[in-house]
Design a protein around this ligand. Sequence first.
Ligand code: PBG
Length: 327
Amino acid sequence: MTALSERPRRLRRTPALRRLVRETRLAPADLVLPLFVKEGLEQPAPIRSMPGVMQHSPTSFREAVTQAEQAGVGAVMLFGIPGERDAHGDAACSETSILAQAIGWARASSDLPVIADLCLDEFTSHGHCGVLDDRGAVDNDATLRVYARMAVVLANAGADILGLSGMMDGQVAAARAALDAQGLQDTALLAYSAKYASAFYGPFRDAVESALEGDRRTYQQDPGNRREAAREVRLDVAEGADVVMVKPALAYLDVVADTAATVDVPVAAYVVSGEYAMIEAAAAAGMIDRERAILEALTSVRRAGAQVIATYWATEVAALLNSGGGR
Ligand code: PBG
């Protein structure tokens, strides 16, 4: 026997020992389930690039919310796909928009916190997250005025938390001021603070049938930037963000770790559509063990420091954890 002063393998010897010293655990309540609801659908429609994810009808949406709640998922996060789009995204501010209706359905069928996406891209004919100026550029300050109206509509519809995903400067302050002016001080704001212009959103654009041509690089962050994320996070917290989010998650774990180390509000991270699709595709091709890969990916996000994880696998993983899997 060699005289080694330390033998880390001692604590890896049995499953029970490994479980005892595991630093990071997933829990159902940490997981947020994003859901897509499409106006006018009578049956749920599969999304080609996101196997297992649906555009929901009212009925299948309610079922998905109930299943998430029964599995102990922490919250649902809603995206609406309207029947009609226009240049200004007018439907986003309608009290009868598909998103506002879905908030009401979720409210009525569960006690889960409801997070509503506050952004224009699902509602604009050009697919940008804001309104355009006369040269076709995204007009930051004009967009803030629309976000302010949309915030009040979504809060009045019953959303507990508004997810500000548009990456306009000043969007958190604009939403907060509009809500407070209407006595809606209890509606919380989840800021997509460090949101990168990412190729990993590709399948999401199928999911919401986005009409976007071009890209979002004038408002979403450049993938090469780490320090800039700290600035975005600092600004959002100063503007009143209740939760800050990093997105995508897996390709930006350094940013998740930096953020968790610097703020005292909860940190969320979004395992986005392309990250989901990569694992599903590799698993479907027999290249990786699907369940292990999913658990490992989600664990990495927790380990990096995110407390809350938005993931399309939320209900499945919550159920797995409840049944003693993943340990
Ligand atoms: C924009 C928005 C996007 C996603 C969430 N909110 C797309 C984008 O910024 O282009 C992507 C989520 C995902 O890919 O899973 N409202």
